[in-house]
Design a binder for this molecule. Structure first.
Ligand SMILES: Nc1ncnc2c1ncn2[C@@H]1O[C@H](COP(=O)(O)OP(=O)(O)OP(=O)(O)O)[C@@H](O)[C@H]1O
Length: 687
C-alpha cells in the first residue's frame, strides 16, 4: 500500500516534469500532496533558520556575519571558462559548477580526477577531497602561485591567510566537544527496549520506519530530552561533524510541535543528511526537506535520499557540489505552496532553464494555487492583523512601494513589518542607505524584544542570541549608490541565501548617481521599473521606501504624491502610505493606508499606535499569548516550560506597563525575563 502511493506520486510527477533539455539535468518536484502526508501521517515542522556563508568546516576565511557585500567583480561562467582555458586547466561543464582537477591533492594520489568544483554563478570553489573552499579570487591566486612555482599541487593549508581568532577556535572546539558529548550519550535504536522504541516512533509518527532504516542512517535517541539525533558525517574520512536534535511535544490541544536544534549552530550547519550513504556511482537522488522524509523515501523507494539542513527555507550554494554527480534530482519538499515555490527556486539553482516553461509545468502550479488559496495569499503578519485583512498576506515576486511624510516613522514601521515576516521564516535582506546597520539592528532588536534594552542590559545576550537566529541579512552600503551595484548585490544575495524579501530604504539614495540631465521623474520611473523586473525575475518581494515628492501641510498623501507618472504606479503591486495626522491628544497616532493592491483590489486604512519604549506600532496582543518555544537544549525540558510561563507573565507585564506609563514612569518589566520570541508569534504547529 505504502509503496504504491509512492510510485503513484512519482509517476504523476514525472508526467508533468519539464521536457528534458539538451545537457540538462532532470529536476523534478515530487507531488508530495499525494504522497508524504499519507506516507508518514505527519507534516514536518517548518524551518525558520538562517544560513550564512560561514562554513564550520572551512579552515580559513570567514564572512562577516549577516552582511552581504557587493560582489567586487561580478563573475560570469564565460569569464571563468576563459580564465581556465588561458591557464590550460581542463574542466567538465557540470550543472551548477565547473569541475576541475583539485590543485590541493597530489596528482599521484587523486581518487577522483575532477574533484574541485567552481560555482558557475559566484566562482566560489570547494575541493571535495580536502574540504578547502574559497572565493574565485582565492582560486585564481592559488593557480597563479602554483603555475609560477611550477608545482603540481598546493598544500590545503595554503589559504590559511585568515587565521581563526582565539575566540573562534575556542568556540569551534567547544562545539566539537558538545557534538561528541551528545553523540556518545545517545543510544542506537537497536540498544533500546522494544516498547521504548515503539513509544518514540509513535511520538514522531514514524511507526512505519524500520529499525534497519534508522540504523542505516545512524539515527539515535538522546534520552535526556527524548530527541532523535541525526548525525552529520562529512569530510574525506566521513567523520562526525555535527548533530541535529529533533524533539516532539504534544500540546494541550492534541497537536504535536516539533523543535529542532543543531550543533554547530544553524548558520554553519551545512549537512546534507544521508550523503555518506550515497555511492560514487549513484546518478539519481531524492532531495527532501526533512531527515525523516529521507528515511521514508529510502525505505519505501530504495532510492538514495538526502535531506536539506534547513528544509525548504534555503539551498545553500556550498552544498551544490555534492549534488553535481546526479543526473536526476527529485525534489520532495512538501505539498504546500511554500514548498512548491522552494522547489522552483531550487531547481533553477540545480540547472533548470530559467526562461523556458511549458503548460505541462504550469498546470501543476495552477492546480496548487487553486487548492491552496490561503497560502497563495502569502505569509500573514502576526503583528498587523488589519494588514492581512486588506493585503491578505506578503507574497513573493511583488513590488510594494511605501511612503509617508518626512520623519513620520517610515523606517521604524517597515522595520517592524519586515521583522514580523522574518520571524516567520521569510529570508530578509535590508538595504538601508540612510541609517547605518548598527542603528537599524538596534531598532529591530528593540522591536523584537518589545522593550527598552537600555534599561535591561542583563537581557541583551538572551535577546541577541535569539535575534541572531533570524534569517536576516544587511547590505553594507551607506549613502548614495549606483542602482546596478545594488541590483547585483540583491541578485547575489538571492542566490546565496534564498532571500524572499528585500527592503530598500530608500529610493532617493539611488537617484544621485543617475544622469541628472534627464528628468528626475524619468530616473525615478526607471529605477522603479528595474526593481519591478528584479522582483518578478527573482521571485523575491521588494519593499521600496520612497519619499513623497510633495507634502502639503495638513493634507493626506495620495498616490500622486509619490509617482512622477502613471507608469511608475502601474509597476507597483502594492502602494502603502503611512499617514500622519498631528493630533495634540495623540501625537504618535498614525494610520496605515493601502491605496493599491493588485492581488485582489481591496484597499483601506487603519490606525496605528506608536509605543515609544519598544518602537513598535503593533497593537498589544490581547488574550492568551502564543509563544514560540525555545529550541531544546540537552536536558532542559523543565527549564523550557518555565521559560514559557515566565514569558507569558513578562509579556502581560509589558502590556500593563504600556498602559501604566501614561500615569507613571516607575513600573519596570520583570528582570531576568527569559522571554522567547514574543510579539504574538504563533507557535509552530504541525498541520
Ligand atoms: N508614530 C511615531 N510617533 C512619534 N515618534 C515616532 C513615531 N514613529 C517613529 N518615531 C520616531 O521618529 C524618529 C524618525 O523615525 P523614522 O526614521 O522611522 O522616520 P522616517 O519617516 O523613516 O524618516 P525620514 O523621512 O527621515 O526617512 C525616530 O526617532 C522614531 O523613533
Amino acid at each position: 500500500m505504502w509503496r504504491s502511493w509512492l510510485l503513484k506520486g512519482t509517476t504523476c510527477l514525472l508526467q508533468v516534469a519539464a521536457p528534458r533539455l539538451l545537457h540538462q539535468r532532470h529536476v523534478s518536484s515530487l507531488s508530495v500532496r499525494l504522497v508524504t502526508h499519507r506516507l508518514l501521517h505527519r507534516t514536518p515542522c517548518a524551518l525558520h533558520l538562517r544560513v550564512n556563508a560561514q562554513s564550520w568546516s572551512r579552515a580559513f576565511k570567514k564572512d562577516a556575519k549577516s552582511t552581504v557585500e557587493f560582489p567586487t567583480s561580478p563573475i560570469t561562467v564565460t569569464d571563468i571558462k576563459q580564465y581556465l582555458r588561458s591557464k590550460e586547466i581542463p574542466f567538465h561543464d557540470g550543472y551548477s559548477c565547473l569541475h576541475i582537477p583539485s590543485i590541493f591533492v597530489d596528482p599521484s594520489t587523486r581518487r577522483d580526477s575532477f574533484s574541485l568544483f567552481v560555482d558557475k554563478t559566484t566562482g566560489q570553489f570547494l575541493c571535495k577531497d580536502t574540504q578547502v573552499e574559497g572565493s574565485w579570487e582565492d582560486l585564481q591566486d592559488c593557480l597563479e602561485v602554483m603555475q609560477s612555482g611550477e608545482q603540481d599541487s598546493l598544500s590545503p593549508h595554503v589559504l590559511l591567510g585568515y587565521p581563526e581568532s582565539l575566540e573562534e577556535q575556542e568556540e569551534r572546539e567547544r562545539e566539537l566537544r558538545e557534538v561528541q558529548r551528545i553523540w556518545s550519550s545517545s543510544a542506537p535504536f537497536a540498544d533500546l527496549p522494544e516498547d521504548e522504541v515503539q513509544l518514540i516512533k509513535a511520538m514522531f509518527q514514524i511507526t512505519k520506519i524500520s529499525n534497519v532504516t534508522l540504523k542505516k542512517f545512524g539515527v539515535r535517541l538522546f534520552k535526556p530530552t527524548r530527541s532523535l539525533v541525526f548525525p552529520w558525517f562529512g569530510g574525506p574520512d566521513s567523520s562526525l561533524k555535527g548533530v541535529k536534535l529533533l524533539s516532539a511535544q504534544s500540546t494541550d490541544a492534541g497537536r504535536v510541535i516539533y523543535n529542532e536544534a543543531t550543533v554547530p549552530k544553524s548558520n554553519s550547519y551545512h549537512n546534507l543528511f544521508g550523503l555518506h550513504l550515497v555511492g560514487r556511482m549513484d546518478s539519481e537522488v531524492v532531495l527532501t526537506g526533512h531527515e525523516l522524509d529521507a528515511l521514508a523515501v529510502s525505505q519505501a523507494a530504495g532510492l538514495p535520499s538526502v535531506a536539506l539542513p534547513r528544509g525548504v527555507s534555503c539551498l545553500p550554494p556550498i552544498l551544490l557540489p555534492y549534488l553535481e554527480q546526479f543526473k536526476r534530482v527529485t525534489l520532495w519538499l512538501g505539498g504546500d505552496v511554500l514548498s512548491w515555490e522552494a522547489s522552483k527556486i531550487f531547481s533553477r539553482k540545480l540547472a533548470a532553464h530559467k526562461s523556458i516553461v511549458s503548460f505541462k509545468q504550469l498546470r501543476e502550479d495552477v492546480y496548487g494555487e487553486l487548492i491552496n488559496t490561503d497560502q497563495v495569499a502569502g505569509v500573514k503578519w502576526t503583528r498587523f492583523l488589519e494588514l492581512n485583512r486588506i493585503l491578505k498576506g506578503h507574497r513573493k515576486g511583488e513590488l510594494t512601494v511605501f511612503t509617508g511624510p518626512t520623519g513620520s516613522g517610515k523606517t521604524t514601521f517597515i522595520s517592524e513589518y519586515a521583522l514580523d515576516l522574518c520571524m516567520q521564516g521569510v529570508n530578509t535582506l535590508w538595504g538601508s542607505f540612510e541609517i547605518n546597520n548598527v542603528r537599524l539592528a538596534k531598532i529591530m532588536l528593540t522591536q523584537f524584544a518589545m522593550q527598552r534594552l537600555e534599561e535591561n542590559l542583563e537581557q541583551y545576550d538572551f535577546w541577541a542570541d535569539k535575534f541572531e537566529e533570524l534569517p536576516l541579512y544587511f547590505m553594507t552600503f551607506h549613502g548614495q549608490q549606483n542602482i546596478k551595484a545594488v541590483l547585483d548585490t540583491m541578485q547575489h544575495a538571492v542566490y546565496m541565501y534564498d532571500i524572499n524579501h528585500i527592503v530598500i530604504d530608500n529610493l532617493q539614495f539611488m537617484m544621485g548617481q543617475e544622469n541628472l540631465s534627464v528628468d528626475k521623474f524619468a530616473v525615478q520611473d526607471h529605477i522603479i521599473g528595474a526593481f519591478r523586473k528584479f522582483a518578478t525575475n527573482s521571485s523575491c518581494h521588494v519593499t521600496l521606501i520612497i519619499h513623497p515628492r510633495k507634502e502639503e501641510d495638513g493634507r493626506e498623501l495620495q498616490m500622486a504624491s509619490i509617482f512622477g507618472s502613471a507608469k511608475a504606479s502601474q509597476e507597483a503591486d502594492n502602494v502603502v502610505i503611512l499617514q500622519e495626522k498631528k493630533l495634540v491628544t495623540a501625537p504618535g497616532r498614525r494610520s496605515l493606508q493601502v491605496t493599491k493592491n493588485r492581488f485582489d483590489g481591496d484597499v483601506g486604512i487603519f490606525p496605528l499606535d506608536f509605543i515609544k519604549s519598544s518602537l513598535t506600532f503593533s497593537s498589544p496582543v490581547k488574550g492568551k499569548l502564543k509563544l514560540k518555544k525555545v529550541p531544546p537544549k540537552a536536558g532542559n525540558e523543565e527549564e523550557e516550560e518555565e521559560v514559557e510561563a515566565v514569558a507569558a507573565a513578562g509579556k502581560k507585564a509589558e502590556v500593563k506597563k504600556e498602559r501604566a506609563t501614561k500615569t507613571t514612569k516607575t513600573t519596570k518589566t520583570p528582570q531576568n525575563t527569559k522571554t522567547p520570541a514574543a510579539g504574538g508569534e504563533s507557535t509552530k504547529k504541525s498541520q
